[in-house]
Design a protein around this ligand. Structure first.
Ligand code: ADP
Ligand code: ADP
Length: 209
């Protein structure tokens, strides 16, 4: 199963992907997570993209496409994948079409008010990437990761100015992909507003049709 999760930042793509990958037995490939792990490891790529991520801008297409190409070479991606956060531009979608044949593109639909609520309340564990929400999915102890006991942080790009920038980047650069994939007959719209279990079961039904 070759899947793409499309939708605005904060729609719940990562949360659902972390469950859906077990259901389908395929890896969750998040370009945001890949970039963040380069930044954490202070690699050349990490140094190059750090300020771009903090501002909520997009990393150049050539850099992003090359990183995905490399990720596809790893053996776990042979039998399928969930791409989360890629493609984000038409150029990336064209490059992906050269690399892989997709089964479905799942479009997470959520209104702007909910998007901002989800992003501004998101907290993450830096070492594991596990995601919480201060209201919708709080940790057992406030500010602490349930499993590692480490402090949770707010991503720089989940702070107010970066959120507004990311939403406008999404509208300008990524939203056109909805029409792009609809025309190809690959798009499946999913209501992202219910609780995660419901979103997951609707998604499983929709992609297995
Ligand atoms: P979210 O899950 O909130 O949508 P991501 O973790 O997917 O955010 O992405 C974080 C940041 O990583 C983006 O704001 C952007 O700077 C960079 N990024 C991730 N994926 C891409 C991509 N496909 N093209 C360009 N930049 C990307
Ligand atoms: P994305 O990967 O699309 O940027 P995330 O999966 O990181 O989105 O989710 C954004 C925030 O919303 C997180 O704090 C997460 O805990 C919360 N969240 C995700 N899905 C839901 C849901 N169905 N209902 C309520 N909150 C959710």
């Amino acid at each position: 199963m070759n899947l793409v999760f499309l939708g605005p930042p904060g729609a719940g793509k990562g949360t659902i992907a972390s469950e859906a990958k077990n259901h389908f037995g395929i890896p969750h490939i998040s370009t945001g997570d890949l970039f963040r792990s380069h930044i954490k490891g202070d690699t050349e790529l990490g140094k190059q993209v750090k300020a771009i991520l903090a501002a909520g801008d997009l990393v150049p297409d050539s850099v992003t496409i090359e990183m995905v190409k490399q990720r596809f070479l790893e053996s776990d991606a042979k039998n399928g994948f969930i791409l989360d956060g890629f493609p984000r531009t038409i150029a990336q979608a064209d490059a992906l079409a050269e690399m892989k044949t997709l089964d479905a593109v799942v479009n997470f639909v959520l209104d702007r008010e909910q998007i901002v609520k989800r992003l501004s309340g998101r907290r993450v564990c830096k070492s594991t990437g596990r995601t919480y929400h201060i209201l919708y999915n709080p940790p057992k102890v406030e500010g602490i990761d349930d499993e590692t006991g480490e402090p949770l942080i707010q991503r720089d790009d989940d702070k107010p100015e970066a959120i507004l920038n990311r939403l406008s980047v999404y509208e300008q650069q990524t939203e056109p992909l909805i029409a792009y994939y609809r025309e190809k007959g690959l798009l499946v719209d999913i209501d992202a507003s219910p609780a995660p279990e419901k979103v997951l079961s609707a998604l499983i039904k929709a992609v297995q049709k």
